[in-house]
Write a protein that binds this ligand. Structure first.
Ligand SMILES: [Ca+2]
Ligand SMILES: [Ca+2]
Length: 237
């Protein structure tokens, strides 16, 4: 991690407590278009940086067909980037988990052995009783993976990675959409980054083995700047 990065340190425990205290607080909602946080000309930094970082499209397989995630997910709800960097999308998390198990038969990195002190699955199903679209229940994040979600409490579309690196969310069709996240990677922290011009890119840290259940409750740096909801443009892990 670069020392120059501005860190919004969020203790995992505190974030979890916030989440459970507030329950299923929705973000802009599944029916509205993804919120472009800055809109119009002010959105230029996001777009420019996206274009610079996004050298090759992220092509996923979904129902036997190829799709460029930056152009949309179709009806897919869960997309997984495997240890070999192939990407597959599914209708349900159950299907995604089954495929991970299948992949692990040849490459254990897709489902590493869970060591003592760590949890096989973190996060939880989207809270019951919320709007139906929030209760898709893609929920848990398996050991060895980092997961981001479209809505609070691990609801809505889910995108997950197995390999460390910096992920440009626009390439995956997830820019300015992350509302909750989990870091169940083997080692190391995870950070969500917002691209900003004329200042150091702000970051929020998701500690190892923990989740941020609702980024609407995590303050963005600066006065009157709102929360981290639907703001992240990149992720490092
Ligand atoms: Ca969102
Ligand atoms: Ca952004």
């Amino acid at each position: 991690m670069k020392l120059s990065r501005v860190i919004t340190a969020v203790a995992v425990g505190a974030a979890l407590a916030l989440g459970s205290a507030t329950g299923a607080v929705a973000d802009s909602g599944p029916k509205s278009a993804p919120r472009v946080e800055n809109g119009g000309a002010a959105d230029a930094p996001d777009r420019a940086r996206d274009a610079k970082a996004g050298k090759a499209p992220k092509i996923a397989t979904y129902k036997g067909k190829k799709m460029d995630l930056a152009k949309g997910w179709g009806a897919a709800k869960v997309c997984s980037e495997y240890p070999d960097l192939t990407i597959k999308c599914f209708d349900t998390d159950k299907q995604a988990q089954a495929d991970m198990a299948n992949f692990a038969k040849n490459d254990l990195r897709a489902m590493p052995k869970v060591p003592k002190g760590r949890t096989a699955k973190i996060g939880a199903k989207a809270a019951a009783g919320g709007p139906a679209a929030f209760a898709i229940g893609n929920g848990t994040c398996s050991y060895g993976w980092v997961c981001v979600y479209e809505h609070s409490n691990y609801g809505g579309r889910k995108l997950q990675w197995s390999q460390d690196g910096t992920k440009t969310l626009g390439q995956y069709g997830f820019r300015d959409q992350v509302t909750s996240s989990c870091n169940n990677d083997e080692i190391g922290g995870m950070g969500l980054v917002d691209y900003r011009d004329n200042m150091i890119d702000p970051e929020v840290i998701n500690g190892l083995g923990g989740c941020l259940s609702n980024l609407t409750n995590v303050d963005y740096p600066g006065w009157g700047t709102g929360s981290w909801n639907d703001r992240a443009d990149a992720l490092w892990m």
